[in-house]
Each structure stands twice: as structure tokens, then as C-alpha cells.
Ligand binder design. Structure first.
Ligand SMILES: Nc1ncnc2c1ncn2[C@@H]1O[C@H](COP(=O)(O)OP(=O)(O)OP(=O)(O)O)[C@@H](O)[C@H]1O
Length: 288
């Protein structure tokens, strides 16, 4: 009964998002774009970390159902951008809004409620190796549960059918009771994705989600994330070192360098030269 109600709610949310999702011609606002479509919005955002200006004057709008790849050389600010969007890093200047919540001005409670609506996947699988898979997946619900239920769930797994369903969705239905540390890297990343699935997020952030996997597993995991995003019209924003994967799989690609957005384009409008320049190593003056 609960599962049916949840499915109906998911279907309603999908329909609503599908209605809103327009065929976009690029990151520029299009006729028909609406403000309530906006999932993430950065206006003139800068972040200083110690002595480093990790991001400078960044403007970015991501709408419901969009799939956006963030590329750029090491130290460009990709991780900082993702942690800004999930509210774990604060802007030094400018405004960051996620799902309508202005992180810089909102109450701690509003921020926590917003964070529960955003799923984040990290490069390092970020699972507790000693726990069984069912517990790691349930961790995606902890923020939504009262303390007693969260604590009890460690002794007696809660909502097992829902966990089983999420594991089936990521292709490891039979691993429910396995110790997570005994799984392969690809399987552990699937557990991390299942944890995000049970959270039923309205946006997914993925920071180098496939960097620790071999190319074949990496591609499988990326396709899985893209399918989940497409099926539920959930915005997906992923930072990637694999430029070919970004250009091949994402409709929109944002290039970051030295904390600034160098380009923000649909992939068909992006030229090889722009991508090469993004990664070009600057020669010290007088070295030519
Ligand atoms: N806690 C910190 N204190 C000081 N500087 C930091 C901190 N975290 C990151 N930085 C610096 O901020 C800049 C952006 O870092 P960030 O990790 O966002 O880049 P990135 O594009 O994700 O890099 P990579 O691809 O190597 O993961 C870098 O110069 C980095 O050294």
C-alpha cells in the first residue's frame, strides 16, 4: 500500500517535471523557461578557501531535468562548486540557491530540509565498509527519520522492500545482506547510488563518480546515473575528468578553469579548440 502510494507520488512528480522540461537549445534562458523550474542558481558567486580563490564570480542556472557535466583541470574548482550546491561549503560573495533555498540567508532547519532533497555521490564510495549493504542504503533515509528510527534501523533494518527495490534498480539485488566492504569498487558505487535513490532526491550531484572505476565499470555507472536522471526528470550535475564521456553523454557541458566558468554550452556548440584551451598548460613568460 505504502509502495503504491509512493509509486503514484513518483509518477505525479515525473509528470510534473516532464511537463516543465522543455527542449532547450542551450544554457541561455529559453521562451517557456519558468522560475519554478530552477533547481540550482548561482549569482556572482566567489569562494575563498584559505589563501585560494577557489571560485570567482560564477553564474550558473540548472533546471529540472537537465544533465550537466562540469569539466576542467585539477584545481579548477569542480569539487568546490558541488559542495556549494549541496550547502556544505559557503559562498564568500554572491548568492547560491538550491531548490529555492538561499543558503546564505536561510535558517539551519531550512538548509537541512533542502539538503535532504539533494543526493550527492562522491568519487570515493563513501560507504561504511563494516556495515551490511542494507544499512548503507538506508543511510540515505536517516535525515528524514526521527532519531529512534535511525538508531533502531542499525539493529533491525527498516523499509527492507524499498532498499531491495533500489538495489534491484542498480543491478545488485542479491547483495542486500553482504558486508559492503566485501563488494567490488563498482558494486560499492552502486550501493552509494542506491542510497541516493531511496532518498528520492530532486537533484543529484556527483563529484567524479567514476574516477575510481575501470573504464567499463565507469561507463556502466555513468549510464545508470543518466538513466535515473532521465527516467525521473531529476537534474544531474556531475564533475568529470573524462572529457570524452562528458561530451558523449551530457547535453550541456560547463568548463571551469582557475575558479571561473570558461564556457557553458550545449555539446554540439562546443569546439575542440575550446576544450583543448581549457586544459592547456600555461607556459611561464619567456619560456617559448
Ligand atoms: N580546504 C581547502 N583549503 C584551501 N584551499 C583549498 C581547499 N580545498 C580546495 N582548495 C583549493 O581550491 C582550489 C579548487 O579546488 P577543487 O578541489 O574545488 O578543484 P577540483 O577542480 O575539484 O580539482 P580536482 O579535479 O583535482 O579534484 C584548488 O586550488 C585547491 O587547492
Amino acid at each position: 500500500m505504502i509502495a503504491m502510494a509512493r509509486d503514484a507520488e513518483q509518477a505525479r512528480r515525473r509528470d510534473r517535471r516532464a511537463e516543465r522540461a522543455t527542449e532547450r537549445a542551450g544554457p541561455e534562458p529559453q521562451a517557456g523557461d519558468r522560475d519554478d523550474d530552477i533547481v540550482f542558481e548561482l549569482r556572482e558567486v566567489s569562494v575563498r578557501l584559505g589563501q585560494v580563490e577557489a571560485l570567482s564570480g560564477v553564474d550558473l542556472v540548472v533546471r529540472s531535468g537537465e544533465r550537466v557535466a562540469i569539466i576542467g583541470p585539477s584545481g579548477a574548482g569542480k569539487t568546490t562548486l558541488i559542495s556549494l550546491l549541496n550547502g556544505t561549503t559557503a559562498a564568500t560573495r554572491g548568492e547560491v540557491r538550491a531548490l529555492g533555498c538561499p543558503y546564505g540567508r536561510a535558517s539551519a532547519r531550512h538548509i537541512r530540509a533542502t539538503q535532504r532533497r539533494i543526493g550527492t555521490i562522491h568519487q570515493r564510495f563513501d560507504v561504511v565498509a563494516q556495515l551490511r549493504t542494507v544499512h548503507n542504503v538506508n543511510a540515505g533515509r536517516l535525515g528524514a527519520w526521527p532519531f529512534w528510527k535511525a538508531a533502531l534501523s542499525l539493529l533491525l533494518p527498516r523499509d527492507v522492500p524499498r532498499v531491495r527495490e533500489a538495489l534491484a534498480q542498480v543491478g545488485i539485488r542479491d547483495k542486500l545482506h553482504e558486508r559492503t566492504g566485501d563488494l567490488s569498487g563498482g558494486e560499492q558505487q552502486r550501493v552509494a547510488i542506491a542510497r541516493v535513490l531511496v532518498q528520492q532526491p530532486e537533484a543529484i550531484l556527483a563529484d567524479e563518480p567514476v574516477a575510481s572505476l575501470d573504464p567499463t565499470r565507469g561507463l556502466e555507472i555513468m549510464k545508470l546515473l543518466l538513466d535515473i536522471s532521465a527516467e525521473s526528470e531529476t537534474a544531474l550535475l556531475a564533475s568529470l575528468h573524462d572529457v570524452d564521456m562528458a561530451l558523449d553523454k551530457f547535453e550541456r557541458v560547463v568548463g571551469l578553469r582557475d575558479g571561473r566558468i570558461v564556457f557553458d554550452k550545449r555539446r554540439e556548440n562546443l569546439h575542440d579548440d575550446e576544450v583543448r584551451a581549457l586544459y592547456a598548460i600555461e607556459q611561464p613568460p619567456g619560456s617559448a
